[in-house]
Design a protein around this ligand. Sequence first.
Ligand code: PEP
Ligand code: MG
Length: 585
Amino acid sequence: MITLTGIAASHGIAFGKAFLYEVEKFKVIRRQISDQNVEAEIEQFKQAVAKAKREIIQIRDNVAQRMSKEYADIFSAHLLLLEDHFLILEVTKKIKEEYKNVEFALWEVLEMLTKNFYELEDEYIRERAVDIYDIGKKILYNMVERKRVGLEGIEPGTVIVAHNLTPSDTVQIDKEKVVAFVTDVGGPTSHTAILARAMEIPAVVGLNNVTSQVKDGDSLIVDGLSGQIVINPTQTVLEEYNRRSVEFEAFQAGLAKLKDLPAETPDRYRLEIGANIELIEEVTSAKEHGAEGIGLYRTEFFYLNRDDLPSEEEMFKTYREAVEATFPYPVIFRTLDLGGDKLPYHLEEPWNQIESNPFLGLRAIRLCLQHPDILKTQFRAILRASKHGKVKIIIPMISSVEEVRETKAILADVMQELKDKEIPFDEKIEFGIMIETPSAAVTADILAKEVDFFSIGTNDLIQYALAVDRGNEHIAYLYRPSHPAILRLLKKTIEAAHREGKWVGMCGEMASNPLFTVLLLGLGLDEFSMSGVSIPEIKEIIRATTLQEARELLQQALTLSGTDEVEGLMRERLSARFGHLMERA
Ligand code: PEP
Ligand code: MG
């Protein structure tokens, strides 16, 4: 039995069998080919080589532009290797002489390169074997279309064990079969962790080396409350976790009773509670948990795991379904926030840029303003859906007033276009922005004059303000919502919005952490939006805390100079009043 500790990413306790998910596993099938097929197989190989060349040239040019010629030269050397006679000759020989299909022939050559690495006679080949292997793999991917050993074939009761799961991988997880997942890397507010909460499956991330400690089929306990996982537990440990799991479920069932009650303080301060969703399927569970609307629809998930861009019609149909299902409450559609860790791997550039700092790069509204046609298509779909219920639009990653103005101008054009075509939409649709960059928070007074509302994205605001990558387990201890800098940014933003008479919500994960509920209440937020599963406990705290008390706690917190002091105060307060929620804070 081994116990490992990582970062609790999604609550709950699960028991299951390990499945090691290696992104680079792919199936290479062996086929015997006939004489007539030899030329066709060779042609397929040539095309895959040509595609690999184009990809390398694209990377090289990108690197030359963003970094330096010196780095770009590495890729020029790779290009030369593609001309390498060894690889080409060996593969062609296997096709011609042994009648092997091209993927299999190439796979055999690559296997030979890795197995007999040190024994290779040719010194030139020996020195370049690793590079040749990498390039060969690239060509192979082009032929097998990088078909991963999918998650389709897994058995019910599986725990996925992976080095990393991208948001694209995570949305493919079948909840009926996967009981939990654990990863080597990742932080508590990475999109993968957020998705696990949305799917309501326990998850532990940032375990460092779980993939080297676990074997396929090992029996695992995943404790998404404490962040621990147990590999091949003893009977006694298993029984103990069974007991805890029953306790946790009873606790959840108890809280569920609060779901339909309003989020209103005893002194009658009424807050709105929304849910964050990524996919249309989550609307039902958001309502079941007691959400009064969708406070954040992360529409970019529509763009992942596909080979093409979604059409206006396709988006309109889905958006309309969400709007109708949520009525009489509103849906806040966030325009696509691709970039950062959400890359649509199957799309060509500019959608899949290789950037050295993707979270500071061509992400979200920046990408859209460089490719306004894509934004216009999405605006049209949202506007058309607005006719079917209550809709608001929110823009991610705003860092300047110019971006706001430019986006509004594009929206105005689209509105005019629809009017000209007599297509109905809500002409008074509210237009808001996410406050998730420090520059937006600091200039909130300027921005508030330009928009109808704000929603604060603390996941990014904290990462950018504290310079702490939200997905990096090595510095997760520095990712602290209770940092005085964050409190000041929140206060400034909320006050600026209210001075202009504008509504301000919060859709970052801070809104779902019971530790900070009273503090946020004291700051005067108008809305909290979170994963559906967290709604009942946040309602419990709000319903038992007066606005007066919350403001007093905030005043006290603002006098403290250290992050630990602020967090200590929050913990003290939560454990005194809501001890049973401490485990989840
Ligand atoms: C945020 O940054 O807080 C947010 C809600 O957006 P996302 O998590 O999708 O980046
Ligand atoms: Mg964000």
